[in-house]
Design a binder for this molecule. Structure first.
Ligand code: NAD
Length: 485
């Protein structure tokens, strides 16, 4: 190993690395080889306390700066991140196992987009003047205070930045807990923010499992919790936050539909299905894992898909030619294998993949099931792995009804060359982040988030500002106060 992976401390608090070996050991395993590449420790209560105290102090100082000054720190951090994209991408690959071909364009780049966007927006976050004749009301957009971010393991840099950038732009401080599976990348985000001029304590990283997250969520000093994770965790975190009447953003799981009509450009639809099922080895919340294909083109779609799967380059994630890497962990691979077995047992037709790849690390083949029916486990439950379910349909009405028959509502996509149909169908699909003739684009300019069990609140875009700030209204009376007595 030539690359330095072990950080100077497990946590990053008050502008510096901190260690407390009394915390439970967190081994960091490189998914492509199964080797341990670093060892971190979960935060003890003393570490969590240190982080919250530092955040509270920094927030008071940060909120006093002009929004333009705050924005300048974020845009500076964006520039540093972009400059170091290569090293950050290599680290992201070690942390997650995702191919460098992806991490070079989707992680630190997306993180720096968020820092740049919200840094640019900071100075334009103003209140309103509301005339009431002689009197008036004005509003002030205020920060919430100390916020907590809790991350999933699939996009550790992006998740940290998608939460930190709008939070900090609005004048908040953050304590961020990465997933215990991918604890490394957020530490680099913290380092870069310090280097860019953020006050010590503004963005702190504490490591740990669920208990550490839970201790942050229940702390009375915390004003808001933003979680990216699964629905079961979301339920627990939302309930705990409700007890303290805290603001929440919940970015949770999905079982999103992609509808391919018989007038669609088949290559584009197949491309969308590949992106929406196999990018990051299928470990993406918004994936279109239920691919509804109109009966007339079903066999042509499957044939083209099979041809294109042969072009997947499966191998060493650090080789830029590799386009398909391992699952993040052995545990996740085992979960996905269980779903594949259920698919076969429940009668779906396995048309590609299905097996573990014979090499070190946690590699599964890109897997496609056809003739999947709505009641099968693989069509109902989030798999979070490289498993595509292809279902057939006859009519538009039927496809919409079946696409909506899920408790989730994160994303949805439509492939058709009939523009009216594209908009008509998307208008009826109950999902937060949708695509027409495309899949899984997530530019920072667009709101991102789900409906139904997939979550509450929105990340990215101007919409995120509403979730990281609050309005104070001030009534100003110009005349005398008239009281009844
Ligand atoms: P997870 O729910 O197991 O864990 C998410 C985070 O929550 C981890 O950091 C974990 O330590 C923490 N956590 C667990 N229990 C907690 C508790 N009681 N209190 C506070 N924190 C707790 O999810 P995961 O396996 O890391 O990630 C995969 C899931 O994340 C999938 O369901 C996926 O769809 C979802 N996800 C959603 C989005 C989105 O933006 N909507 C993005 C990526 C992943």
């Amino acid at each position: 190993m030539t690359y330095e992976i072990q950080p100077a401390g497990s946590h990053y608090i008050d502008g510096a690395y901190v260690e407390d070996t009394a915390g439970a050991e967190i081994p960091v395993i490189y998914a492509a080889t199964g080797e341990r590449i670093a060892t971190l420790h979960a935060a003890t209560p003393a570490i969590v306390e240190q982080a919250l105290v530092a955040a509270e102090k920094a927030q008071a100082e940060w909120a006093k700066l002009s929004p333009r000054e705050r924005g300048r720190v974020l845009t500076h951090a964006a520039a540093i991140m972009r400059e170091r994209n290569h090293d950050l991408s290599v680290l992201e690959t070690y942390d997650t196992g995702k191919p460098l071909q992806e991490t070079l364009v989707a992680d630190a780049t997306s993180g720096s987009d968020a820092l740049e966007y919200f840094g640019g927006l900071a100075a334009s976050l103003t209140g309103e003047h509301i005339p009431l004749g002689e009197d008036w009301v004005y509003t002030i957009r205020e920060p919430l205070g100390v916020c907590v971010g809790i991350g999933a393991w699939n996009y550790p840099t992006q998740i940290a930045c998608w939460k930190a950038a709008p939070a900090l732009a609005c004048g908040n401080a953050m304590v961020f807990k990465p997933s215990e599976t991918t604890p490394l990348c957020a530490l680099k985000v913290a380092e870069i923010l310090t280097e860019a001029g953020a006050p010590a304590g503004l963005f702190n990283v504490v490591q740990g499992m669920g208990e550490v997250g839970a201790s942050l969520v229940t702390d009375s000093r915390v004003a808001k919790v933003s979680l990216t994770g699964s629905v079961p965790t979301g339920r627990k975190v939302y309930a705990a936050a409700a007890d303290g009447m805290k603001h929440v953003t919940m970015e949770l799981g999905g079982k999103s539909p992609m509808l391919v009509f018989d007038d669609a450009d088949i290559d584009n639809a197949v491309g969308g299905a590949i992106l929406g099922n196999f990018y990051s080895s299928g470990q993406i919340c918004s994936n279109g894992t239920r691919v509804f294909v109109q009966k007339g083109i079903k066999e042509a779609f499957l044939a083209r898909l099979n041809e294109r799967l042969k072009d997947a380059v499966i191998g060493d994630p650090l080789d830029e030619a590799t386009s398909f890497g391992p699952m993040v962990s052995e545990q996740q691979m085992t979960i996905v294998q269980g779903f594949i077995e259920k698919g076969v047992a429940e009668g779906a037709r396995l048309v590609a993949g299905g097996k573990r790849i014979d090499r070190d690390g946690w590699y599964l083949e890109p897997t496609v099931f056809a003739d999947v029916t709505d009641d099968m486990t693989i069509a109902r439950e989030e798999i979070f792995g490289p498993v595509m379910s292809v279902l057939d349909f006859d009519t538009e009405e039927e496809a919409i009804a079946r696409a909506n028959a899920t408790e989730y509502g994160l994303s949805a996509g439509v492939f058709t060359s009939d523009l009216s149909r594209g908009h008509r169908v998307i208008g009826q699909l109950r999902a937060g982040s949708c695509f027409i003739n495309s899949y899984n684009d997530a530019p920072v300019e667009a709101p991102f988030g789900g409906v139904k069990m997939s979550g509450v609140g929105r990340e990215n875009s101007k919409a995120a500002i509403e979730h990281w700030s609050q309005m104070k209204s001030v009534y100003v009376r110009m005349g005398d106060v008239e009281a009844p007595f």
